[in-house]
Design a protein around this ligand. Sequence first.
Ligand code: PEP
Ligand code: MN
Length: 362
Amino acid sequence: MAKTLDLVPVTEWGFFTLPRPMVIAGPCSAETEQQVMETAKGLADEGIHVFRAGIWKPRTHPGSFEGVGTEGLKWLRKVQKEYGLKVCTEVASEKHVYECIKFGVDMVWVGARTTANPFLMQEIADALKDTDIPVLVKNPVNPDIDLWIGALERLNRAGIRKLGVIHRGFSTSEKIAYRNAPGWQLAVELRTRYPDLPFFADPSHMGGDRKYIKELSQRSLDLGFEGLMIESHCFPSCALSDAKQQLEPKVLGEMLASLLVREKDSSDEDYKSGIHQLRAQIDILDENLLYMLKSRQEISRKIGQYKKEHNIAIVQTSRWDSLLAEMVRKGTEYGLSEKFVTAVFNAIHEASVQTQNEILEA
Ligand code: PEP
Ligand code: MN
């Protein structure tokens, strides 16, 4: 059972005007004072209240633009003063935290590479102790929900109660269209465990290309995410980092206006009775599924016993390959995707192999 987090509701942070989506926007990196001010002005004109800009940039290769450093914090202060925006940046060490405190940064976020590192997370949590700065924690680069939760726990133990998360997708070696694999199910699992934690999606880093920002934003709102963090630059194509995935402030404003924000719930009686009936049907099907899986497991056990008596190996690859192909064919006829059917049957097969293994070893 997940431990609970002691949280201050996001509505009390004084940052966002709800309803959804709460938007954080700004350049991947602060590059020059002019670029920061021009982008911030454009965003303020679009009704954005919270400005982001990376000051220290974690880059894959040395020699790439690694951020302007402390100098940029002065520009963020100017953004607060001139446009009344709240400002936030990424911290990856205690030095970054101290600099942010010194310059009055309103909120910080922890980047994906840092969330994956418990030593750094502890260092950051200790440095933030006794401050009232909200902290947003990006998912770790690898799809490990416990690392993500561990980072939140370290901050919470240090007394940080204004906490939120940013889902930016996971590194993958698979060839996919997006820069990072969305892995929505893991984010949804975290959401289910911590329903009071404000959730942001970062469609810029997830998609890696501005052409995906709208679809990923819509998807995350449909999943009930409360907020979006989107990279925006006054001249995106000239950006010194992540040039492909930033939107001009005006284009961002248009994109946001085009998003459909669905209600999280409704008190409408017709809706309630309709959804109640549909959920009741799903519950019955789920019970049936469980019963069938149990029955299948029993037969697996018998097969295991039978193979053991006849000294036969557990896995016959050819049998499994043809069974899977047949299921995919039939599934497609039912309108189920190949990916879905394959994932379901691979999970069933894995459980079956394990059952038979246990029998063999007994
Ligand atoms: C960023 O927000 O600019 C950044 C470096 O993101 P991530 O940690 O998600 O890679
Ligand atoms: Mn970036």
